[in-house]
Unconditional design. Structure first.
Length: 253
């Protein structure tokens, strides 16, 4: 079984390339299940219309992150659908669900979304305890975790914590693909960050000149998504039963 995980979609350029290239990528990789992080589809947040576009492009599940509620139009949509999920360890009273279970061939697969706490102030509960609760309470054959976190150390710690219990753990949020893809000792596929889907000639998806102005202390205009060198970045995790066989980077432009 193969899982295709796609890095954070950044603005209209990211959505557009998914529309034209995702089905091709799914076919070439032989993916049985495709999970896309869409929390930056609007630049900050996601709208029901853009979520529909990402599903139409070929996503089976959309995960989110710290910008989940930047566009409040998404709130009802999150309650109405089970295939778009927000971080499970945010307050339980917030709209939406933190995991979903999908049928993927011979397996029932739980896809879960968590958010980190290190260097991120979103009043989230402990992601380690949240992962334990999902593993205890949810009936599924395989468990996949999108960990939306700033700190590479927190991501790696969760990967090792879930080793042998999750089929795959991957990081999102920092938009830069890392070089540590591996199968952990007890059989869990792991990568610290998938990368991003959008304009690679950018500062994590934002137009270069705007980001430079911001970091130099000037009053930069509202950030806009770069449309330069647009690519899809992600990873394919191959599973054999409940154990991972490989984790390989994919990139298409």
């Amino acid at each position: 079984m193969k899982i295709l995980a796609i890095g954070d979609v950044c603005g209209k350029p990211g959505v557009d390339i998914l529309r034209t290239k995702l089905r091709q990528l799914k076919k070439s990789t032989g993916a049985d299940l495709t999970v896309v992080n869409g929390e930056n589809a609007c630049g900050r947040g996601i709208s029901p219309e853009l979520a529909d576009e990402i599903f139409y492009a070929g996503a089976d599940v959309i995960t989110l992150g710290n910008h989940t509620f930047a566009n409040r139009q998404i709130c009802d949509y999150l309650d109405e659908r089970r295939d778009i999920i927000r971080p499970y360890n945010l307050h339980s009273a917030l709209p939406g669900n933190g995991y979903t279970v999908v049928d993927a061939g011979a397996y029932r697969v739980c896809v879960a979304n968590l958010i980190g706490r290190h260097n991120m102030d979103f009043h989230a509960s402990c992601p380690f305890a949240a992962a334990d609760k999902i593993l205890k309470d949810v009936s599924a054959d395989l468990f996949l975790f999108d960990f939306h976190a700033e700190s590479t150390s927190e991501k790696r710690a969760l990967g090792y914590y879930l080793d042998g219990r999750a089929a795959a753990v991957w990081g999102t949020h920092t938009h830069i693909p890392t070089a540590d893809a591996c199968v952990l000792p007890k059989g869990t596929a792991y990568i610290t960050d998938l990368g991003m889907t959008g304009g690679i000639e950018s500062v994590i998806g934002v137009k270069v000149e705007q980001s430079v102005q911001y970091f130099r202390g000037y009053l930069a205009p509202r950030f806009e998504a770069s449309d330069r060198d647009v690519r899809i970045q992600g990873f394919v995790f191959e599973l054999d039963g409940g154990r991972a066989v490989s984790a390989e980077r994919v990139e298409i432009f």
